[in-house]
Design a protein around this ligand. Sequence first.
Ligand code: SAH
Ligand code: SF4
Ligand code: F3S
Length: 478
Amino acid sequence: MSKIKLSMPDLIKARKRLEKNTPTYTYELSKEYDELGKGKTYYIFTYGCQGNEADSEVIAGILEDLKYTKAEDPYKANLVILNTCAIRENAENRIWGVLGNLKGAKQNNKDMLVAICGCMPQEENATNKLIESYPFVDLIFGTHNIYDLPHLLKEAYDKNAKVIEVISTEGAIYEGAPKKRESKHKAWINIMYGCDEFCTYCIVPYTRGKERSRAKENIIAEVKDLVAKGYKEVTLLGQNVNAYGKDLAGDYTFGDLLYDLDKTGIERIRYTTSHPKDLDLKTIYAMRDCKSVMPHLHLPVQSGDDYILKKMNRKYTHQEYLDKIKKLKEEIPNISITTDIIVGFPNETEEQFINTLKLVDEVKFEGAFTFIYSKREGTPAAKMIDEITEEEKHQRLDRLNVLVDKYYLEGNKRFEGQVVKVLVDGVSKNNKNNLCGYSENLKLVHFPSNDLSLIGKIVNVKITEGKTWFALGELVNE
Ligand code: SAH
Ligand code: SF4
Ligand code: F3S
């Protein structure tokens, strides 16, 4: 098959931050592509963060605009899209595994078009490997040209060629794209895109472009529209939401946005992710003052050691992090705090690792995602000398997880006997006689009920038992 290489990723270009202004475009579907997907089905596999989940909802929206319909069986679909994540090597290994399965499926279904998008194609080495070792992949595009999908698909169909277009740019903002949301009661809202933090281990600033905020009017209008449609909860998304507005004219900040969104009538507001360095008092006060802003904060700390934090380019110290936690707990006594932690950053010593354990003991996080450092080609940390053995890294992760699990359990147990408000998501996976959903503090709660009319509603549940990963409860009347 011939190849059309429209553009290839370039990590050096991707790290540049030269553009002052971000162009904003309005999505419009050209008549030319109107019926491109008529009679065809699609399936999207989504990996990675909520940013990717939100992108997949846009991709599905665009495909349905083109008259594609969703396939029940991914391996029988006419178009399969893998929306990928590049954050760690094991995230990428999963994708190589799925591609292996798709190769077989494509042999039985010659009409299948396989496309790859998301963060992986933004990496030079991943795209080269895709081209060399996975010849059955028909279309490769990145995070910056989702909106060009109709055109890319048409090229692939008309020319019967493999199409590769990955753009390494600082990025733009597109408004007005159709979205096919997965849930009828909870919604993702991108408030900003990209990242300018350049933590030394992280690939995201290269795969997602510069930090760029959407205009507040567009965000508020989107939330109002969701309220009118009956949505109960929004999660505001950005890699560092506390930097919201810094790239716009004026001094409107994330805290101001929370106060304004509280007035829209949406019942629950969550947000992710916060950077400890930029978490300001206004945000903390908004969490305290606004009834709709939920008492849960995900505040990734990454390490508890000042030297490692410096090497990571995180721009705060162990003590500064603790000071923010203290303030948060003073203003919002009921708050639940969760975090992300990396162990085995290049040449992390036992003593430095113990400082992380200490911090976990001090903060008593009610949940944490814990990771072994993974080398990402093109980032500054990839060039650092690292002599810690894999075995040592795994042992540290295990030791950390024992501690983290202890506080996870305490975080659920503290609600025993209390009545909490749960937004019901659906039937529990492991017990068909239970419903489940999340409390205000983002605790997963299961309770006996067969009343499917409760899905999408906020109900009162008395917690009877806190477990490590969830809590059990029973429905109570108001
Ligand atoms: N923007 C968010 C998180 C983005 S990635 C933030 O700054 O908090 C989610 C998590 O993946 C990070 O918090 C970090 O803990 C982890 N992570 C990122 N790069 C990694 C790497 N190279 N190796 C291991 N974990 C990594
Ligand atoms: Fe990565 Fe740091 Fe940006 Fe988070 S803030 S996405 S960890 S560079
Ligand atoms: Fe992964 Fe890209 Fe998100 S690397 S974590 S999908 S921003």
